[in-house]
Design a protein around this ligand. Sequence first.
Ligand SMILES: [Fe+2]
Length: 260
Amino acid sequence: MKIAFFGDIVGKPGRQAVEYALPLIKERHGLDLAIANVENAAAGFGISERVMKELDATGLGVYTSGNHIWDRKEGLPLLEKKNTILRPANYPGNPPGRGYCTVSVGGAGVGVVNLQGRVFMPHIDCPFQTVSKILGELRSRCRVIIVDFHCEATSEKMAMGWFLDGKVSLLVGTHTHIPTKDSRILPKGTGYVTDVGMTGSYDSILGVEKEAVIERFLTMRPVRFEVARRDIRADVLLAEIDEATGATIRIEHAQYQLEE
Ligand SMILES: [Fe+2]
């Protein structure tokens, strides 16, 4: 089973990059399921009905998110309405939506789980204990399980990778928007990357206009951020998973750049 996982989509340029890259991936590698992190998809903050409709039309099948999913109130009902749009599973209390889902891909059940880290981030419930509980339930229903760990610290992501080795098919780190050059298959068959990267403007700071971010660092006061629009690229993790064992058998990072 061939999977493509897009790094955090930032605003309209990010959506354009998915539209550009998905057909190329299909043509060059083949594709059974495309997943993307969409927490920054609507003008950099959260999601909206219109934006998700646009992304659905590109052929994406499952969406993950993170801390910014709460930024746009109009997007929150979508978490309840559509079971393929996930928020991190380890938020405390009773948040709207769900942290994992299952989809059928060519007759095979695929589980997708969304978690968020706690190092340099809000102290939500333990992602390690949360994922253990979820896997207990998912494993009887699907052999292929993909986890998005939305997380700041590389150490926390690596710890989760080793913790889940042999228990899930793929662990994809998101949130930093910077692709790490370490995609690999761990000894027990789990495909791993610390961070898949970003789908959006590379002439930017994490997808946002550079000047505003620099001004914020200089003044330490709130500054309005706008999505940057030049040098648009899609960072994508491409993986092939053996449906019989759930193990990853091939993994690579690819970057697609739109022509200016
Ligand atoms: Fe994030």
